[in-house]
Design a protein. Structure first.
Lengths: 464, 225
């Protein structure tokens, strides 16, 4: 499994190791240069000292071997060496330390400036040499006197210098190793500590399941980087909780809707078996009513399930709304009158594409609810405009905005108790399913103490 | 024994009430929470069968109100809600028992009987007064080993007196616990019932009288010393 911490540890350790390596290598190079330059400066000073002992007179060049500067060049000490040649490379003089041997010839090149190079000394040890051209001082100080050029090569033992450089390299490498170890020790720990909030966040998230959807992440305790995630997760949890709650309510409601008629049926049968002599004449009527109620419930649930699966096929045709609505309303008129409701029916002449069977069922559902739930002396207003938009409004003083939001929930009813079997709380859900199947839209709003259902064919954009 | 049944389904309410009456209980039925609460507060019931999802007032609210007002009546919640959480909520609200719909009628009757037994502080199912034996679980009465045939209502009256044996039980108490609201309060139904019961348990001329009248006070069931 991909781990953010492992990946960060790997990358950060790698980058830090390379950076430290480069820094130490740079430091070593600088030190190497500085040391070499100071070594070369000492070599040059020694060579200049030797050159100062060289004199020329009448075309002859001589070295004053008696000076103490040349003690290091004496035979037997074998620490420093020099060779003095003319411009044609013919030997003029050389240090006693060379005895019979010669220094390796310097690399070919210009001699205007001093040239330094490494070589192997006659005694086989590593050495460093400098070569330059110079004009030995002349005893003849007359102006215009002819003087000649000489080439001086001075070589010294560099073993100590190499050892110093080796020590420096070892120190740098040691520091590098220590730093590398520190990187591999510190980086994972720092990252682990730094990522603790992320791990805690992950643990919190892992603890959330279907039973704890009410849990929320507290953004205040989280680092800024995690806050947007916590916010989104909280939103998601809220939506999940609502949807789970709806599903739970649906299951509980469905159980209730089925359990109550089953209990009625069972108690009826048990009473009849226990006391056959006192059979209630209403029992058979009750049994039938219960069967019809359960059948209606099952049919509606099946229709809803088909609608949700998109299996409800509407066969739309042009329906003249005014006579259609009037015909659907007719069976409800007597009930409305009996309850003392004021009814206003005003549907304009219009045609709309609809499936007559589904539209009839849909309107019947709305009318049924309106007639049963409008309080006595309330009013029902059914209107339709020329564009084919229908509205069914009825007095509903008790409904709150929260109730309106739940109207289309399956099994929802204002009164939690399900008295009687006439309304199962599926009608509006079914009505909306029918509307959707026909390509219509059924919406609800609460306006001035009235509940207003609006039914309209969905607008088709640009003829599509 | 007098039972209050609060159930909003009229068919179920009718069936349960019939079954309870046939078993000998006096039953008052209410169809919503408000009526149920009013009845529960105005009568001394031996047990209440209470639905949870009720119009006007939720069954749990009715139960909590009763408990808050110190009514110790035994309550059986009868509901379609079947989850553990629902049962726990119901029992925590003060219910004594919980039964989920659909239910077996016999189980409901047995639970109601158990609640009524508890109402008199005893779990005994066999009551013995001299040579009179009452088996409360089988609802069988014997006197000196011979069975006594009683109607359900008569049996209930006898069991009620037996559970309060040695105590003087007033006519009003007998009426309150054994007759529902359908009985005319001005009638002498209690006296007639006691009279019939006396005759039925006096199986022979040698049977000692067990139900005694305390003039102006009521009746007492006890073995004469």
């Amino acid at each position: 499994m991909k781990s953010l911490r492992r990946q960060l540890t790997r990358e950060l350790s790698g980058v830090l190791a390379v950076l430290f390596g480069l820094a130490l290598f740079g430091l070593y190079l600088v030190m190497y240069h500085k040391l070499t330059r100071s070594f070369d400066a000492a070599l040059e000073a020694r060579a200049l000292g030797v050159s100062a002992l060289v004199e020329q007179e009448n075309g002859r060049v001589e070295v004053d071997f008696s000076d103490k500067i040349l003690r290091g060049f004496a035979a037997g000490r074998a620490r420093h060496y020099f060779e003095l040649r003319d411009t044609r490379a013919a030997m003029i003089a050389r240090s006693p330390s060379l005895q019979e041997s010669l220094l390796p010839r310097p690399p070919v090149g210009a001699r205007e400036k001093a040239l330094y190079w490494n070589l192997t000394l006659p005694n086989g040890r590593p050495g460093r040499a400098v070569v330059f051209l110079f004009r030995p001082k002349s005893a003849d100080s007359r102006p215009g006197a002819v003087t000649m050029l000489a080439e001086l090569v001075v070589a010294v033992d560099r073993k100590n210098f190499d050892e110093t450089l080796g020590g420096l390299l070892a120190a740098v490498a040691g520091c590098g190793g220590l730093l590398l170890a520190a990187v591999f020790f510190v980086v994972p720990r720092v990252l682990r500590r730094g990522l603790v909030p992320l791990a805690q966040f992950g643990e919190l998230a892992a603890r959330i399941d279907a039973g704890s959807l009410a849990a929320r992440f507290s953004a205040e305790d989280l680092p800024a980087e995690l806050r947007p995630i916590a916010g989104r997760l909280n939103d998601l949890l809220a939506r999940l909780e609502t949807s789970f709650e709806r599903e739970r309510r649906f299951s509980a409601d469905l159980a209730h809707e089925l359990r109550t008629p089953l209990a009625e049926l069972r108690s009826l049968a048990e009473c009849a078996l226990k006391w056959p002599e006192a059979r209630d004449p209403e029992a058979d009527r009750d049994t039938l009513a219960i069967a019809v109620q359960m059948e209606t419930l099952v049919t509606r649930l099946l229709t809803l399930a088909r609608g949700e699966r998109g299996q409800l096929l509407a066969q739309c045709e042009a329906v003249a709304l005014a006579p259609f609505v009037a015909a659907v309303w007719r069976p409800f008129a007597a009930r409305a009158q009996a309850r003392g409701l004021r009814v206003e029916l005003a549907v304009a002449v219009a045609e709309a594409p609809a499936d007559p069977v589904l539209l009839r069922s849909l309107l019947a559902n709305l009318f049924d609810n309106a007639v049963d739930y409008t309080p006595p002396a309330g009013e029902i207003i059914i209107t339709g405009n020329a564009a084919g938009k229908l509205q069914v409004a009825n007095t509903a003083p008790d409904l709150t905005p929260e109730d309106v939001a739940k109207l289309f929930d399956r099994f929802w009813r204002k009164e939690a108790a399900r008295t009687g079997g006439e309304h199962a709380g599926l009608g509006l859900n079914l009505a909306r399913t029918f509307a959707t199947a026909m390509g219509w839209q059924l919406t609800v709003a609460r306006e001035c103490g009235r509940l207003v259902f609006t039914l309209a064919a969905e607008e088709k954009r640009n003829g599509f | 024994m007098r039972i209050l049944l609060v159930e909003d389904s009229p068919r179920l309410s009718r069936n349960i009430a019939t079954a309870l009456r046939r078993t000998g209980y006096a039953v008052d039925a209410a169809a919503d929470g408000e009526e149920g609460l009013w009845l529960a507060e105005s009568h001394d019931y031996d047990a209440i069968i209470l639905d949870i999802m009720l119009p006007k007032r939720d069954g749990l609210e009715v139960l909590r109100t009763l408990r808050a007002r110190g009514r110790p009546v035994h309550v059986l919640l009868l509901t379609a809600r079947d989850t553990v959480a629902d049962r726990v909520t119901g029992l925590q609200a003060g219910a004594d028992d919980y039964l989920v719909k659909p239910f077996a009628l016999d189980e409901l009757l047995a639970r109601v009987q158990a609640l009524c037994r508890r109402a008199y502080g005893t779990k005994q199912t066999k009551l013995v007064i001299a040579d009179l034996e009452i088996d409360a679980s089988a609802r069988i009465v014997t006197r000196a080993g011979r069975p006594v045939e009683l109607t359900a209502r008569e049996y209930q009256l006898l069991e009620y007196l037996a559970r309060r044996r040695g105590e003087v039980v007033s006519r009003a108490e007998i009426e309150e616990h054994n007759y529902d609201g359908q009985v005319d309060p001005m009638s002498n139904v209690v006296d007639s019932a006691v009279c019939i019961l006396r005759k039925k348990i006096a199986i022979s001329d040698s049977s000692a009288p067990l139900i005694h009248t305390r003039r102006g006070l009521g009746y007492v069931l006890e073995a004469t010393a």
